[in-house]
Design a protein around this ligand. Structure first.
Ligand code: GAR
Length: 207
């Protein structure tokens, strides 16, 4: 059985979408744990509601990024993960961490990468006047928000949009595209060629 570990910093709605999908479709994976870098993350309650073990590794307890990354890596490694899914995990992970778990680290980002890496993606999309915005699931590389793309979904930007209404429309798409991408990675259905990926359909897919 494959092992899944999920990292959060806050609300945990993407975490919920993955745990829900895993439960409904019986992926046959072991969800080894949810780790938060903040003790007050609401997503910890989401994990508990699904009976998933939680741990808090507070970045504020460490003198620098390297020390935090090292402690986080040791805890994760002990869970023997096949996939580590970042679900709104808001700390930049250093190269040593990323290299250690290369190919197993997956992230969801609230923009159509490579546009709008970093923070405030919805506000910046509005400022730039783009007509389409969206979300991206990608493998994590040591370049921030720039790894092989597994899935994307676009939404139109509407005249009346605020950053909040746009974020809400994108979030629905995040919840739709992230679980199947995580599942594909767990099931070894992702073929990577540079920054391009191909995903074979699941065995129970109607395709
Ligand atoms: C999501 O919109 C996710 O795409 C974003 O944080 C939010 C977390 O929400 N992630 C990033 O910005 C990563 N750079 P959630 O806690 O409800 O899943």
């Amino acid at each position: 059985m494959k092992n899944l570990v999920l990292l959060i910093s806050g609300r945990g709605s993407n975490l919920q979408s993955i745990l829900q999908a895993e439960r409904e479709a019986a992926w046959g994976v072991c969800v080894r744990g949810v780790i938060s870098n903040r003790a007050d993350a609401a997503g910890l309650d989401v994990a508990r509601a699904f009976g998933v073990p939680t741990q808090v590794i507070a970045h504020a307890d460490f003198p620098n990024r390297e020390a935090f990354d090292q402690a986080l890596a040791e805890v994760i490694a002990a869970l023997e993960p096949d996939v580590i899914a970042l679900c709104g995990f808001m700390r930049v992970l250093g190269a040593a961490f990323v290299d250690r778990f290369a190919g197993r680290l997956v992230n969801i980002h609230p923009s159509l990468l490579p546009a709008f890496t970093g923070l405030r993606t919805h506000a910046r999309a509005l400022e730039e006047g783009v007509k389409w915005h969206g979300a991206t699931v990608h493998l994590v590389s040591s370049a921030l928000d720039h790894g092989p793309i597994l899935a994307q979904a676009a939404v139109p930007v509407l005249d009346a949009d605020t950053a909040e209404t746009l974020a809400a429309r994108v979030l629905l798409e995040e919840h739709r595209i992230y679980p199947p991408a995580v599942r594909a990675l767990l099931e070894g259905r992702v073929q990577i060629d540079g920054l391009r990926t191909r995903i074979r359909p699941a065995s129970d897919s109607p395709l």
